[in-house]
Design a protein around this ligand. Structure first.
Ligand SMILES: Cc1cc2nc3c(=O)[nH]c(=O)nc-3n(C[C@H](O)[C@H](O)[C@H](O)COP(=O)(O)OP(=O)(O)OC[C@H]3O[C@@H](n4cnc5c(N)ncnc54)[C@H](O)[C@@H]3O)c2cc1C
Length: 558
């Protein structure tokens, strides 16, 4: 049999109970019986979790013992579990293209609660489609290319600086791109650093100096990323500085573009009342030294944990508590009241603040505090009493919000963003720090509001994953790509126009005729080029029309 022919099929179906999440809404025993009976020539295996280590071991054993050459795992999504299942199957000798993942959990069990017989029947049809897909697939060879052993780090805050230095420590050449003229990011506006209460300016300047003077790190400040192209192992990052454009090469990219601090225009008198500032602005005032300020009211969750921004920004409570202690140590007789909706358990030094005399009142978001001219009026939930607190200064704790432009940059890099605009992770439990395109990693607050320690550990994790990829020397990727039938292609260039990944280009043959060629390492197998190709000269080699027709037949029971 040639490598282009579908192998004669010996398909194993691996049914996952997902610890009851699937086995509850779907009758897995009946499903197993139905699929084993008569017309489906497949072997059926059931286990609570195929993604677990014992599950994957059983999967490999079954493949080897039964000589299976195609595998259907009916459980979770391809996005979260495809890679580890395919790896287990590959270790036992099954080609990646002959592994199909059927998403029973999200496409059946969860959407049909309380309709067990119907869900079970639908699950059987979904699995038969998977069998048709995997069984009709050709084994394909992986694509291999050399890796450019260097990295581009976008962002010169604590996350970017940490990642750059961690890579350079492994002798990987790094270009660090920072759009501002100075390094340090958000930390440049922070006074003392929790938990050490050390000077943030000193921390930033030491870290920046060590980065700038490192011979393996090329620091470019005042430089903005304008475009990214390429693929894992060979990216081109186009940057602009002082009106001039330049292409940087890197085998990996670490995105450490950080976040912004929300400016609470119109909330609690901010922008109108000069005695209302944000916690971030208050950091500056603390550095300068407070004068004429003794009575301070701090309000938590300003512009967060609401309909527009339902998330907890994590760093603001700690910043507030840290600043209460800083004030009490600097200003004799200071009176501080913090109006909170309740603190998260990860907030540090809360007891120390309480013991030092800071008052904490709990407010109801339905009855938010009101900042009047002389007092802050609030209904204290704990004592069920209306309170009026005189103030010299009101300090608002506002959340970190996604930085304008980061979502756009993430999309250019092929990274998903979450509902709020932060750069998302495919699966925190199964693939921490792994992002969709294999050569791009994210660290710090671009991903989610993070403390300095968290930014650093994410940066080290990203750097070590990047180094692991760069040190391989070559990169392999699955051949899930589009291919051009040269005899049918008429070189119109529609595919070149349509592709967001610059994968196709027109090349002139010896006979002078132009045809489209697809760069296998750039192609992501999305199929957009197929849709726009007038003579239908392009096909996905891992998902043919014949497979599709067989799947439709399987779904229809023909
Ligand atoms: C009031 C306040 C107090 C805080 N106090 C503490 C504390 O005491 N302890 C603690 O642990 N944490 C504290 N934090 C949190 C901490 O400051 C942040 O978590 C941390 O600084 C985030 O670092 P980062 O590198 O992820 O992002 P940033 O510091 O935002 O850095 C990102 C950098 O990327 C650059 N950039 C963005 N886009 C591009 C682009 N396209 N091209 C080039 N460059 C780009 C930006 O200019 C920026 O310099 C506090 C935060 C606030 C708001």
């Amino acid at each position: 049999m040639s490598g282009n022919e579908p192998a004669s099929s010996k398909v194993g179906v691996f049914l996952c109970e997902c610890g009851g999440e699937i086995a509850g809404p779907i009758d897995v025993e009946k499903l197993s019986r139905d699929l084993s009976s008569g017309r489906d020539e497949v072997s059926i295996h059931v286990t609570p979790y195929w993604c677990s280590l014992p599950g994957r071991r059983r999967l490999r054993e079954a493949i080897e013992q039964e000589g299976l050459n195609a595998v259907v795992v009916a459980g979770c999504s391809e996005r979260t579990h495809g890679a580890i299942i395919a790896e287990a199957a590959r270790e036992a000798g099954v080609n990646r293209n002959r592994v199909a993942i059927v998403n029973l959990l999200e496409h059946c069990a969860r959407v049909h609660p309380g309709r067990r017989p119907a869900a079970t029947s639908k699950a059987a049809r979904m699995i038969r489609m998977g069998v048709a897909k995997a069984g009709g697939a050709r084994p394909l060879e992986t694509i291999t290319e050399d890796v450019h052993r260097s990295a581009v780090v976008v962002g010169g805050g604590v996350a970017g600086l940490s990642a750059a230095r961690a890579l350079a420590a492994r002798e990987i050449p790094v270009v660090l791109v920072e759009q501002e003229q100075e390094l340090g990011g958000m930390l440049r506006g922070v006074y003392l650093l929790f938990p050490s209460y050390g000077d943030s300016a000193r921390f930033v300047s030491e870290m920046s100096d060590r980065t700038v003077t490192h011979p393996g790190i090329d620091v470019r400040t005042g430089t903005t990323v304008t475009a990214v192209s390429g693929h894992a192992g060979a990216y081109t990052v186009t940057v602009e500085a002082a009106g001039a454009s330049e292409d940087l090469s890197g085998g990996c990219i670490i995105l450490a573009a950080g976040a912004d601090v929300l400016v609470p225009e119109g909330l609690f008198g901010y922008g109108v009342n000069p005695r209302v500032v944000t916690q971030y602005e208050f950091e500056d005032m603390l550095r300068e030294g407070l004068s004429d300020v003794r009575r301070i009211v701090m309000i938590q969750c300003v512009g967060s944990r609401n309909a527009e921004r339902p998330y907890c920004s994590r760093v603001c409570c700690t910043a507030t508590v840290k600043n209460t202690i800083t004030v009490l140590e600097a200003v004799a007789g200071a009176e501080i009241t913090v109006l909170t909706r309740g603190f998260a358990e990860y907030v540090g030094d809360l007891d120390r603040a309480r013991e030092s005399g800071v008052k904490f009142l709990r407010y109801d978001p339905e009855r938010p505090p009101e900042v009047a001219d002389e007092t802050v009026k609030v209904f204290d939930v704990m004592s069920s009493a209306d309170v009026a607190i005189p103030y010299d200064l009101v300090v608002l704790a506002t959340p970190l919000v996604p930085r304008a432009g980061t979502a756009e940059l993430a999309r250019t890099l092929g990274l998903p963003v979450d509902d709020h605009g932060f750069v998302a992770e495919p699966h925190t439990k199964l693939r921490p720090s792994a992002y969709a395109p294999h050569g791009v990693f994210v660290a710090g607050s671009a991903h989610w509001p993070a403390t300095v320690t968290e930014c650093q550990s994410q940066a080290f994790s990203a750097a070590s994953r990047a180094a692991e990829l760069l040190d391989r020397g070559t990169i392999e990727r699955e051949p899930m790509i589009a291919v051009v039938d040269e005899l049918t292609c008429r070189g119109c260039g529609e595919c070149v126009e349509a592709c967001a990944h610059d994968a196709p280009c027109l090349v002139e043959g010896e006979d002078g005729i132009k045809i489209s060629k697809i760069d296998a390492l750039r192609c992501v197998g999305c199929g957009v080029c197929i849709r726009v190709c007038p003579p239908s000269a392009i096909a996905l080699q891992h998902f043919t029309e014949q497979q599709l027709l067989s799947m439709i037949g399987a779904a229809a029971g023909t």
